[in-house]
Write a protein that binds this ligand. Structure first.
Ligand code: ZN
Length: 432
Protein backbone atom coordinates (compact mmCIF):
# COMPACT_ATOMS: atom_id res chain seq x y z
CA UNK A 1 0.00 0.00 0.00
CA UNK A 2 1.46 3.36 -0.95
CA UNK A 3 -0.57 5.34 1.60
CA UNK A 4 -2.61 2.98 3.75
CA UNK A 5 -4.17 5.79 5.81
CA UNK A 6 -5.69 7.38 2.70
CA UNK A 7 -6.38 4.26 0.66
CA UNK A 8 -7.99 2.23 3.46
CA UNK A 9 -9.89 5.08 5.11
CA UNK A 10 -13.30 4.29 6.61
CA UNK A 11 -16.10 5.51 4.31
CA UNK A 12 -17.56 7.86 6.96
CA UNK A 13 -14.22 9.55 7.54
CA UNK A 14 -13.77 9.93 3.81
CA UNK A 15 -17.23 11.45 3.36
CA UNK A 16 -16.51 13.98 6.12
CA UNK A 17 -13.29 14.92 4.34
CA UNK A 18 -15.14 15.28 1.06
CA UNK A 19 -17.77 17.52 2.60
CA UNK A 20 -15.14 19.87 4.04
CA UNK A 21 -13.36 19.79 0.69
CA UNK A 22 -16.35 20.78 -1.43
CA UNK A 23 -17.37 23.47 1.06
CA UNK A 24 -13.91 25.00 0.87
CA UNK A 25 -13.83 24.73 -2.92
CA UNK A 26 -17.19 26.49 -3.29
CA UNK A 27 -15.89 29.50 -1.39
CA UNK A 28 -12.50 29.38 -3.12
CA UNK A 29 -13.73 29.18 -6.72
CA UNK A 30 -16.73 31.48 -6.31
CA UNK A 31 -14.50 34.29 -5.08
CA UNK A 32 -11.65 33.87 -7.53
CA UNK A 33 -12.72 32.69 -10.96
CA UNK A 34 -14.81 34.71 -13.42
CA UNK A 35 -16.48 31.57 -14.72
CA UNK A 36 -17.42 30.18 -11.29
CA UNK A 37 -18.54 33.61 -10.06
CA UNK A 38 -21.26 33.32 -12.73
CA UNK A 39 -22.02 29.63 -12.35
CA UNK A 40 -22.21 29.76 -8.56
CA UNK A 41 -24.28 32.95 -8.35
CA UNK A 42 -26.98 32.30 -5.76
CA UNK A 43 -25.18 29.31 -4.18
CA UNK A 44 -24.44 30.04 -0.52
CA UNK A 45 -21.51 27.85 0.57
CA UNK A 46 -22.66 28.06 4.20
CA UNK A 47 -25.98 26.43 3.25
CA UNK A 48 -24.18 23.32 1.96
CA UNK A 49 -24.16 21.10 5.06
CA UNK A 50 -24.16 17.65 3.44
CA UNK A 51 -22.92 16.10 0.20
CA UNK A 52 -26.58 15.85 -0.86
CA UNK A 53 -26.94 19.62 -0.31
CA UNK A 54 -23.91 20.09 -2.53
CA UNK A 55 -25.42 18.01 -5.35
CA UNK A 56 -28.74 19.84 -5.01
CA UNK A 57 -27.27 23.36 -4.96
CA UNK A 58 -24.43 23.25 -7.47
CA UNK A 59 -25.24 22.99 -11.19
CA UNK A 60 -23.63 20.34 -13.38
CA UNK A 61 -20.99 21.77 -15.69
CA UNK A 62 -19.87 20.57 -19.11
CA UNK A 63 -16.90 21.33 -21.29
CA UNK A 64 -19.19 23.48 -23.43
CA UNK A 65 -19.82 25.75 -20.43
CA UNK A 66 -16.05 26.19 -20.24
CA UNK A 67 -15.83 26.94 -23.97
CA UNK A 68 -18.62 29.54 -23.68
CA UNK A 69 -16.89 31.16 -20.69
CA UNK A 70 -13.63 31.27 -22.69
CA UNK A 71 -15.47 33.41 -25.26
CA UNK A 72 -17.27 35.62 -22.76
CA UNK A 73 -14.15 36.41 -20.77
CA UNK A 74 -11.73 36.37 -23.71
CA UNK A 75 -9.55 34.00 -21.69
CA UNK A 76 -8.25 30.48 -22.21
CA UNK A 77 -8.52 29.94 -18.45
CA UNK A 78 -11.78 31.53 -17.21
CA UNK A 79 -11.81 28.87 -14.45
CA UNK A 80 -8.41 30.00 -13.13
CA UNK A 81 -8.44 30.77 -9.39
CA UNK A 82 -4.78 31.63 -8.71
CA UNK A 83 -2.39 34.30 -10.06
CA UNK A 84 -0.77 33.25 -13.32
CA UNK A 85 2.71 33.68 -11.88
CA UNK A 86 2.09 30.84 -9.40
CA UNK A 87 1.42 28.27 -12.14
CA UNK A 88 4.02 25.56 -12.61
CA UNK A 89 2.33 23.41 -15.27
CA UNK A 90 -0.43 23.89 -17.79
CA UNK A 91 -1.38 22.88 -21.25
CA UNK A 92 -3.96 21.78 -23.74
CA UNK A 93 -6.33 18.87 -23.40
CA UNK A 94 -5.86 16.22 -26.08
CA UNK A 95 -8.42 18.09 -28.19
CA UNK A 96 -10.07 15.06 -29.74
CA UNK A 97 -13.63 16.27 -29.13
CA UNK A 98 -14.14 19.77 -30.43
CA UNK A 99 -12.45 23.03 -29.56
CA UNK A 100 -9.30 22.91 -27.46
CA UNK A 101 -9.50 23.64 -23.72
CA UNK A 102 -6.76 24.10 -21.13
CA UNK A 103 -5.93 23.23 -17.55
CA UNK A 104 -3.26 24.47 -15.15
CA UNK A 105 -1.60 23.45 -11.87
CA UNK A 106 0.10 25.40 -9.10
CA UNK A 107 2.83 23.69 -7.08
CA UNK A 108 0.44 22.23 -4.50
CA UNK A 109 -1.90 20.90 -7.21
CA UNK A 110 1.03 19.25 -8.93
CA UNK A 111 2.26 17.67 -5.71
CA UNK A 112 -1.15 16.19 -4.86
CA UNK A 113 -1.86 14.99 -8.37
CA UNK A 114 1.54 13.29 -8.43
CA UNK A 115 0.70 11.63 -5.12
CA UNK A 116 -2.55 10.16 -6.47
CA UNK A 117 -0.71 8.71 -9.45
CA UNK A 118 1.99 7.27 -7.21
CA UNK A 119 -0.77 5.33 -5.41
CA UNK A 120 -2.08 4.12 -8.76
CA UNK A 121 1.36 3.01 -9.96
CA UNK A 122 2.08 1.21 -6.72
CA UNK A 123 -1.27 -0.61 -6.87
CA UNK A 124 -0.42 -1.69 -10.43
CA UNK A 125 2.81 -3.25 -9.19
CA UNK A 126 5.41 -0.58 -9.99
CA UNK A 127 8.39 -0.70 -7.62
CA UNK A 128 11.63 1.33 -7.22
CA UNK A 129 13.75 -1.24 -9.07
CA UNK A 130 11.61 -0.98 -12.22
CA UNK A 131 12.82 0.63 -15.41
CA UNK A 132 9.80 2.36 -16.96
CA UNK A 133 9.13 2.53 -20.68
CA UNK A 134 6.76 5.51 -20.80
CA UNK A 135 4.87 5.98 -24.06
CA UNK A 136 2.58 9.02 -23.79
CA UNK A 137 1.71 12.07 -25.87
CA UNK A 138 4.60 14.27 -24.78
CA UNK A 139 3.03 17.73 -24.76
CA UNK A 140 0.24 17.07 -22.27
CA UNK A 141 0.46 17.90 -18.54
CA UNK A 142 -0.17 14.19 -17.94
CA UNK A 143 3.20 13.31 -19.49
CA UNK A 144 5.01 15.40 -16.86
CA UNK A 145 2.92 14.04 -14.02
CA UNK A 146 3.38 10.40 -15.05
CA UNK A 147 7.14 10.93 -14.98
CA UNK A 148 7.06 12.70 -11.61
CA UNK A 149 4.84 10.00 -10.10
CA UNK A 150 7.11 7.18 -11.27
CA UNK A 151 10.06 9.03 -9.76
CA UNK A 152 8.12 9.44 -6.51
CA UNK A 153 7.59 5.67 -6.43
CA UNK A 154 11.38 5.44 -6.65
CA UNK A 155 11.92 4.57 -10.31
CA UNK A 156 15.23 6.03 -11.44
CA UNK A 157 15.40 5.22 -15.13
CA UNK A 158 12.51 6.20 -17.39
CA UNK A 159 12.85 5.45 -21.09
CA UNK A 160 10.57 8.10 -22.58
CA UNK A 161 9.08 8.20 -26.02
CA UNK A 162 6.13 9.65 -27.88
CA UNK A 163 3.05 7.54 -28.55
CA UNK A 164 2.34 7.13 -32.25
CA UNK A 165 1.20 4.08 -34.20
CA UNK A 166 3.85 4.63 -36.88
CA UNK A 167 6.65 4.25 -34.30
CA UNK A 168 5.78 0.79 -33.01
CA UNK A 169 8.88 -0.79 -34.58
CA UNK A 170 11.08 1.73 -32.77
CA UNK A 171 9.37 1.07 -29.44
CA UNK A 172 9.95 -2.68 -29.84
CA UNK A 173 13.57 -2.07 -30.81
CA UNK A 174 14.15 0.15 -27.74
CA UNK A 175 12.41 -2.38 -25.49
CA UNK A 176 14.58 -5.27 -26.68
CA UNK A 177 17.75 -3.16 -26.52
CA UNK A 178 17.24 -1.55 -23.09
CA UNK A 179 15.02 -4.18 -21.41
CA UNK A 180 12.71 -1.92 -19.40
CA UNK A 181 10.64 -3.94 -16.93
CA UNK A 182 7.43 -1.87 -16.85
CA UNK A 183 5.51 -0.49 -19.82
CA UNK A 184 2.94 2.27 -19.87
CA UNK A 185 1.17 2.56 -23.23
CA UNK A 186 -2.17 2.26 -24.98
CA UNK A 187 -4.04 -1.02 -25.34
CA UNK A 188 -3.72 -0.76 -29.12
CA UNK A 189 0.01 0.01 -28.80
CA UNK A 190 0.89 -3.12 -26.83
CA UNK A 191 -1.23 -5.16 -29.23
CA UNK A 192 0.72 -3.72 -32.17
CA UNK A 193 4.06 -4.20 -30.37
CA UNK A 194 3.28 -7.84 -29.59
CA UNK A 195 2.31 -8.47 -33.22
CA UNK A 196 5.46 -6.77 -34.48
CA UNK A 197 7.68 -8.61 -32.00
CA UNK A 198 6.30 -11.96 -33.20
CA UNK A 199 7.75 -11.26 -36.65
CA UNK A 200 11.26 -10.78 -35.22
CA UNK A 201 13.78 -13.44 -34.27
CA UNK A 202 13.86 -13.76 -30.46
CA UNK A 203 17.06 -15.63 -29.64
CA UNK A 204 16.37 -17.43 -26.39
CA UNK A 205 14.36 -14.60 -24.93
CA UNK A 206 10.76 -13.49 -24.69
CA UNK A 207 9.60 -11.31 -27.53
CA UNK A 208 9.13 -8.30 -25.21
CA UNK A 209 11.10 -7.76 -22.00
CA UNK A 210 8.39 -6.27 -19.76
CA UNK A 211 7.26 -7.96 -16.55
CA UNK A 212 4.37 -5.59 -16.07
CA UNK A 213 2.40 -3.10 -18.10
CA UNK A 214 -0.22 -0.51 -17.40
CA UNK A 215 -2.45 0.01 -20.41
CA UNK A 216 -4.81 2.88 -21.17
CA UNK A 217 -7.08 4.30 -23.82
CA UNK A 218 -9.58 1.47 -24.33
CA UNK A 219 -11.32 -1.41 -22.60
CA UNK A 220 -9.36 -4.67 -22.32
CA UNK A 221 -11.20 -7.96 -21.96
CA UNK A 222 -10.21 -10.30 -19.12
CA UNK A 223 -9.16 -13.07 -21.52
CA UNK A 224 -7.18 -10.60 -23.61
CA UNK A 225 -5.30 -9.57 -20.45
CA UNK A 226 -4.67 -13.24 -19.67
CA UNK A 227 -3.26 -13.77 -23.17
CA UNK A 228 -0.58 -11.11 -22.52
CA UNK A 229 0.40 -13.07 -19.40
CA UNK A 230 0.43 -16.45 -21.11
CA UNK A 231 2.15 -15.47 -24.36
CA UNK A 232 4.35 -12.53 -23.35
CA UNK A 233 4.80 -13.10 -19.63
CA UNK A 234 3.42 -9.60 -18.97
CA UNK A 235 1.13 -8.87 -16.01
CA UNK A 236 -1.22 -6.22 -17.34
CA UNK A 237 -3.27 -3.73 -15.33
CA UNK A 238 -5.49 -1.10 -16.89
CA UNK A 239 -5.74 2.59 -16.20
CA UNK A 240 -8.54 4.78 -17.41
CA UNK A 241 -9.80 8.18 -16.73
CA UNK A 242 -9.75 11.79 -17.30
CA UNK A 243 -6.41 12.76 -18.72
CA UNK A 244 -7.23 15.79 -20.76
CA UNK A 245 -9.26 17.88 -18.34
CA UNK A 246 -8.55 16.55 -14.87
CA UNK A 247 -5.45 14.43 -14.98
CA UNK A 248 -7.30 12.01 -12.72
CA UNK A 249 -7.19 8.28 -13.33
CA UNK A 250 -8.44 5.06 -11.88
CA UNK A 251 -6.36 1.91 -12.05
CA UNK A 252 -6.49 -1.79 -11.28
CA UNK A 253 -4.83 -3.59 -8.41
CA UNK A 254 -3.85 -7.27 -8.71
CA UNK A 255 -7.44 -8.30 -7.90
CA UNK A 256 -8.62 -6.97 -11.31
CA UNK A 257 -12.05 -6.28 -9.85
CA UNK A 258 -12.60 -2.81 -11.27
CA UNK A 259 -10.27 0.19 -11.25
CA UNK A 260 -9.68 1.92 -7.92
CA UNK A 261 -10.37 5.64 -7.77
CA UNK A 262 -7.23 6.42 -5.80
CA UNK A 263 -7.96 10.04 -4.93
CA UNK A 264 -11.20 9.84 -2.97
CA UNK A 265 -9.74 11.87 -0.13
CA UNK A 266 -9.02 14.70 -2.60
CA UNK A 267 -11.94 14.49 -5.01
CA UNK A 268 -15.66 13.74 -5.02
CA UNK A 269 -17.02 11.43 -7.71
CA UNK A 270 -20.76 11.21 -8.30
CA UNK A 271 -22.42 8.78 -10.68
CA UNK A 272 -25.55 10.23 -12.29
CA UNK A 273 -28.26 9.20 -14.70
CA UNK A 274 -27.17 11.17 -17.80
CA UNK A 275 -30.78 11.75 -18.84
CA UNK A 276 -32.10 13.18 -15.56
CA UNK A 277 -28.93 14.38 -13.82
CA UNK A 278 -30.07 12.58 -10.64
CA UNK A 279 -27.83 10.20 -8.70
CA UNK A 280 -27.75 6.76 -10.34
CA UNK A 281 -28.98 3.90 -8.17
CA UNK A 282 -26.27 1.76 -6.55
CA UNK A 283 -24.96 -0.93 -8.84
CA UNK A 284 -26.33 0.62 -12.03
CA UNK A 285 -24.46 2.27 -14.85
CA UNK A 286 -24.16 6.05 -14.88
CA UNK A 287 -22.10 9.04 -15.94
CA UNK A 288 -19.09 10.01 -13.85
CA UNK A 289 -19.23 13.56 -12.43
CA UNK A 290 -16.10 14.95 -10.78
CA UNK A 291 -15.39 17.66 -8.21
CA UNK A 292 -11.61 17.87 -7.67
CA UNK A 293 -11.57 19.84 -4.43
CA UNK A 294 -7.83 19.37 -3.93
CA UNK A 295 -7.27 21.58 -6.93
CA UNK A 296 -6.53 25.30 -6.51
CA UNK A 297 -5.60 26.57 -9.99
CA UNK A 298 -8.32 25.27 -12.36
CA UNK A 299 -10.72 23.22 -10.23
CA UNK A 300 -13.83 21.49 -11.52
CA UNK A 301 -17.17 21.61 -9.73
CA UNK A 302 -19.63 18.84 -10.56
CA UNK A 303 -18.05 18.42 -13.97
CA UNK A 304 -19.68 15.98 -16.37
CA UNK A 305 -17.13 13.63 -17.90
CA UNK A 306 -19.45 12.03 -20.52
CA UNK A 307 -17.95 8.69 -19.43
CA UNK A 308 -20.29 5.86 -18.47
CA UNK A 309 -19.09 3.78 -15.54
CA UNK A 310 -20.22 0.79 -13.52
CA UNK A 311 -19.54 0.90 -9.78
CA UNK A 312 -18.21 -2.38 -8.37
CA UNK A 313 -20.02 -3.44 -5.19
CA UNK A 314 -18.42 -4.54 -1.94
CA UNK A 315 -14.85 -4.34 -0.70
CA UNK A 316 -11.80 -5.25 -2.75
CA UNK A 317 -9.69 -8.13 -1.49
CA UNK A 318 -6.58 -5.92 -1.70
CA UNK A 319 -7.82 -4.04 1.39
CA UNK A 320 -8.24 -0.63 -0.23
CA UNK A 321 -11.62 0.94 0.56
CA UNK A 322 -11.60 3.32 -2.40
CA UNK A 323 -14.49 2.82 -4.81
CA UNK A 324 -13.88 0.81 -7.95
CA UNK A 325 -15.23 1.60 -11.39
CA UNK A 326 -15.21 0.02 -14.78
CA UNK A 327 -15.20 2.63 -17.49
CA UNK A 328 -17.70 1.30 -19.99
CA UNK A 329 -17.71 3.89 -22.70
CA UNK A 330 -18.16 7.46 -23.77
CA UNK A 331 -21.86 8.33 -23.86
CA UNK A 332 -21.19 9.45 -27.45
CA UNK A 333 -20.02 5.95 -28.47
CA UNK A 334 -23.51 4.49 -28.52
CA UNK A 335 -24.14 2.70 -31.82
CA UNK A 336 -27.84 2.09 -32.57
CA UNK A 337 -28.66 -1.33 -34.03
CA UNK A 338 -32.29 -2.04 -34.84
CA UNK A 339 -34.26 -1.06 -31.75
CA UNK A 340 -31.32 -1.51 -29.38
CA UNK A 341 -27.73 -0.22 -29.18
CA UNK A 342 -24.21 -1.55 -28.75
CA UNK A 343 -21.18 0.09 -27.13
CA UNK A 344 -17.55 -0.72 -28.05
CA UNK A 345 -16.77 -2.16 -24.59
CA UNK A 346 -19.34 -4.90 -25.25
CA UNK A 347 -17.59 -5.82 -28.48
CA UNK A 348 -14.17 -5.84 -26.73
CA UNK A 349 -15.56 -8.15 -24.05
CA UNK A 350 -17.10 -10.48 -26.65
CA UNK A 351 -14.00 -10.54 -28.87
CA UNK A 352 -11.84 -11.25 -25.84
CA UNK A 353 -13.83 -14.45 -25.21
CA UNK A 354 -13.05 -15.86 -28.64
CA UNK A 355 -9.76 -17.50 -29.57
CA UNK A 356 -9.67 -15.80 -32.98
CA UNK A 357 -10.86 -12.38 -31.87
CA UNK A 358 -8.80 -11.91 -28.70
CA UNK A 359 -6.62 -8.78 -28.74
CA UNK A 360 -7.77 -7.72 -32.20
CA UNK A 361 -8.27 -4.01 -32.75
CA UNK A 362 -11.70 -3.08 -34.09
CA UNK A 363 -14.08 -0.28 -35.08
CA UNK A 364 -17.87 -0.12 -35.24
CA UNK A 365 -19.63 1.66 -38.09
CA UNK A 366 -22.48 4.01 -37.20
CA UNK A 367 -24.80 5.06 -40.01
CA UNK A 368 -26.95 8.19 -40.21
CA UNK A 369 -30.01 6.06 -39.46
CA UNK A 370 -30.13 2.93 -37.30
CA UNK A 371 -29.24 -0.20 -39.28
CA UNK A 372 -30.61 -3.71 -38.71
CA UNK A 373 -27.13 -5.20 -38.14
CA UNK A 374 -23.90 -4.14 -36.47
CA UNK A 375 -20.93 -3.56 -38.81
CA UNK A 376 -17.68 -4.58 -37.12
CA UNK A 377 -14.34 -3.87 -38.83
CA UNK A 378 -11.35 -5.79 -37.54
CA UNK A 379 -7.70 -4.97 -38.05
CA UNK A 380 -6.20 -7.90 -39.92
CA UNK A 381 -3.41 -9.59 -37.95
CA UNK A 382 -0.22 -10.03 -39.97
CA UNK A 383 -0.24 -13.79 -39.31
CA UNK A 384 -3.71 -14.35 -40.77
CA UNK A 385 -3.37 -15.99 -44.21
CA UNK A 386 -5.54 -14.89 -47.14
CA UNK A 387 -7.31 -18.24 -47.23
CA UNK A 388 -8.27 -17.90 -43.56
CA UNK A 389 -9.81 -14.45 -43.84
CA UNK A 390 -13.34 -15.35 -44.86
CA UNK A 391 -13.76 -18.38 -42.56
CA UNK A 392 -12.38 -16.39 -39.59
CA UNK A 393 -14.68 -13.46 -40.33
CA UNK A 394 -17.67 -15.80 -40.54
CA UNK A 395 -16.72 -17.53 -37.33
CA UNK A 396 -16.36 -14.21 -35.46
CA UNK A 397 -19.61 -12.99 -36.99
CA UNK A 398 -21.45 -15.96 -35.48
CA UNK A 399 -19.69 -15.54 -32.14
CA UNK A 400 -20.40 -11.79 -31.87
CA UNK A 401 -23.97 -12.18 -33.09
CA UNK A 402 -24.65 -14.83 -30.48
CA UNK A 403 -22.93 -12.91 -27.66
CA UNK A 404 -24.33 -9.45 -28.43
CA UNK A 405 -27.74 -10.75 -29.50
CA UNK A 406 -27.86 -8.59 -32.65
CA UNK A 407 -27.07 -9.46 -36.28
CA UNK A 408 -23.41 -8.71 -36.99
CA UNK A 409 -21.33 -8.23 -40.16
CA UNK A 410 -17.58 -8.71 -39.75
CA UNK A 411 -14.90 -7.64 -42.24
CA UNK A 412 -11.10 -7.53 -41.99
CA UNK A 413 -9.15 -4.39 -42.92
CA UNK A 414 -5.44 -3.64 -43.33
CA UNK A 415 -5.85 -0.27 -41.58
CA UNK A 416 -8.34 1.32 -39.22
CA UNK A 417 -8.59 5.08 -38.60
CA UNK A 418 -7.00 6.38 -35.39
CA UNK A 419 -6.98 9.46 -33.20
CA UNK A 420 -3.50 9.77 -31.76
CA UNK A 421 -2.50 6.30 -30.56
CA UNK A 422 -6.10 5.10 -30.20
CA UNK A 423 -8.04 3.20 -32.79
CA UNK A 424 -11.25 5.12 -33.42
CA UNK A 425 -13.86 2.73 -32.00
CA UNK A 426 -16.86 4.32 -33.74
CA UNK A 427 -16.77 5.44 -37.38
CA UNK A 428 -19.60 7.70 -38.50
CA UNK A 429 -20.45 7.00 -42.10
CA UNK A 430 -23.34 7.81 -44.44
CA UNK A 431 -25.78 5.13 -45.53
CA UNK A 432 -24.11 2.27 -47.42
ZN1 ZN B 1 -8.06 -3.69 -4.99
Amino acid sequence: MWDAAAECMAPEARAALQLRGVQALLAWAGERSPMYRERLAGVDPRAVRTLDDFAAAVPLTTKDHLRAAMDRHASALPHLCVPRETLVLGGPSAGTSGRQTYQAFDAQDLDRNTEMLARLYWAAGMRPADVLHLLVTPFTPAADIFRLAAQRVGVRWIVRDNHEPAQVARYVDAARALAPSFLQAGVSTLRAMAQHARTLPAPGARALPYQRAILMGAALGAEAREQFRAEQGIEVATLSGQGSDFNLFSGECDAHDGEHWHGEDMTLVEVIDPATGCAAADGTVGEMVITDFYRRATPHLRWRTEDMVRVHPGACRCGRTTRRFTLLDRVANRVPVGDTAVYPFQVETALSRSEDGRNLEFALVRRAAATPSLEVRLLRPAALADAALTPTAQCLQRHLGGTLDVPVQVTFHDELPRVGYKTLRVLDEPRP
